[in-house]
Design a protein around this ligand. Structure first.
Ligand code: NAP
Length: 438
């Protein structure tokens, strides 16, 4: 028998577990450990609540979770309840699938003013992450600025723009659903430090901006490169840029606008005790397509500023870390003998949910090879029984997959007419729902 612990129950964790069960059918036992009592990581708390078709992939993870050789151990924090060293003693392989839940810091003066938030916090707020349930972002402002030109910036702009009716069928949490309609925001400015050909926005997500009920996208035609240059782009990017060209050619008047401000590098945030404006420097691109400031500066009023500039993996004491890239130091997923990483914890925050599938397969193949190949007898490590002994000795109130099913059922039962579930945002409430009457 091979014993594997996977830390993190998001897409990277479940794809790794799925691949391991296929490669080692009947010869592996896997524990998926998560600090939250609920599984699925980014699917539950990262993917936008109005993108239910993407979230539906959790059904595939559920099929893995319900296998006898895979178990979910929720409400257990590695580094607090159990150390990495302890896990490495108990299991043949420990895989860090911890994602990248921390914001890359926005390193400009004024970034700590009230009204400035990172996308991890803002997305976590509307998506029900217990860490961010109390964020209460400023919505009593007429202007918001979003820093970054990636898909997360698009998610944030869209969520700020949607009407309550447009959240029908979503799983947006109650506190955001009730707060957003009271927002005074009329202008949402998306700040890109480079140009339309350097956006990191996928066509489907960008195209959605044209179909919002009360908001319309605006692009300055003068920012667009000559149309012949689109031929040099790969097809997906060409399609995205096509959307920007449509937005520029067909400006629509709606009560709210989503302005694309390109070649616009935020250099400071100013305000009297709270954010009131972003100071932006005009940029040009150098021959490596990097943004270079021109010295020309202007101010964009904004009482809410959301930095969507990428994420980083939290470091773990004793685990080698690559600070520049915000991920664990690794060679193709191997950190140290017996310790691996996968997904965003391995490669940094890039790609879609699906990118984690081949990543999981690759790390599973590597673990099989490193532990003697698929036919090896396996080890006499204690694995699951050792973890159980430790859980009992420390009195850790773990949440199993069955507990999650109870929480899930309670959320669905509490659903409103316009949303498929009423998501719990407090760990206490989740734990109470798993064991009614506690
Ligand atoms: P991202 O795609 O890396 O985009 C980050 C953006 O922030 C880039 O435009 C970048 O500009 C800009 N930026 C970085 N540092 C900056 C700074 N100091 N000042 C100003 N701008 C700065 O990251 P993301 O949007 O967080 O997305 C993370 C991953 O999740 C991506 O792979 C994304 O596709 C994926 N995702 C997918 C979906 C979906 O498929 N529906 C939804 C959400 C997220 P430069 O290019 O100039 O560096």
């Amino acid at each position: 028998m091979r014993h594997v612990a996977i830390v993190g129950s998001g897409p990277a964790g479940y794809y790794t577990a799925e691949a391991l069960t296929k490669l080692l059918e009947g010869r592996v036992k896997i524990d998926i450990i998560d600090r939250l009592p609920v599984p699925f990581g980014l699917i539950r708390t990262g993917v936008a609540p109005d993108h239910q078709s993407i979230k539906a992939v959790s059904r595939r993870y559920e099929a893995v979770a319900l296998r006898d050789d895979v178990r979910f151990v929720g409400n257990m924090t590695v580094g607090v309840d159990v150390s990495i060293e302890e896990l490495m003693q108990l299991y043949d392989a420990v895989v860090l699938a911890t994602g990248a839940p921390n914001d890359r810091p926005l390193d400009i003066p004024g970034a700590d003013l009230p009204g400035v938030v990172g996308s991890a916090a803002f997305v976590g707020w509307y998506n029900g992450h217990p860490d961010h349930a109390d964020l209460a972002p400023r919505l009593d402002t007429t202007a918001a600025a979003i820093i970054g030109n990636g898909n997360v910036a698009l998610d944030v702009a869209r969520i700020l723009a949607k009407t309550p009716e447009e959240f029908a069928g979503s799983d947006i949490v109650g506190h955001a659903y009730h707060a957003l309609p009271d927002s005074s925001i009329r202008t949402i400015t998306l700040l890109g430090r480079r140009g339309p050909h350097q956006i990191a926005m996928t066509p489907k997500e960008l195209g959605e901006l044209a179909h919002l009920a009360r908001a319309a996208p605006r692009v300055d035609p003068l920012d667009l490169p000559p149309i012949e240059e689109d031929a040099l782009l790969e097809p997906g990017m060409r399609k995205s840029v096509g959307h920007l060209r449509d937005f520029a050619a067909n400006p629509v008047a709606r009560p709210q606008t989503i302005e694309f401000d390109f070649y616009a590098m935020p250099v400071a945030i100013e305000g009297d005790g709270r954010a009131e404006r972003v100071i932006v420097e005009r940029t040009v691109l150098d021959d490596q397509l990097r943004s270079v400031g021109t010295g020309e500066r202007y101010a964009i009023p904004a009482g809410l500023i959301v930095a969507c500039i990428g994420y980083q993996t939290p470091s773990i004491p004793g685990v080698p870390y690559e600070h520049g890239r915000g991920r664990f130091a690794n060679a193709d997923g191997l950190i140290l003998p017996g310790l691996y990483c996968v997904g965003w914890a391995r490669r940094g925050p890039s790609g879609t949910i699906g990118t984690n599938k081949p990543d999981g397969v690759r790390i599973a193949e590597r673990i099989v090879a490193d532990t003697g190949g698929s036919d090896a007898a396996g080890s006499n490590r204690r694995g699951r029984s050792g973890l159980d002994a430790l859980i009992a000795a420390r009195g850790i109130d773990i949440a199993t997959f069955r507990d999650w099913q109870q929480i899930d059922a309670a959320e669905v039962a509490a659903a409103r007419a316009d949303a498929p579930r009423e998501k719990m945002v407090r760990i206490d409430a989740m734990l109470a729902a798993k064991s009614p009457g506690r």
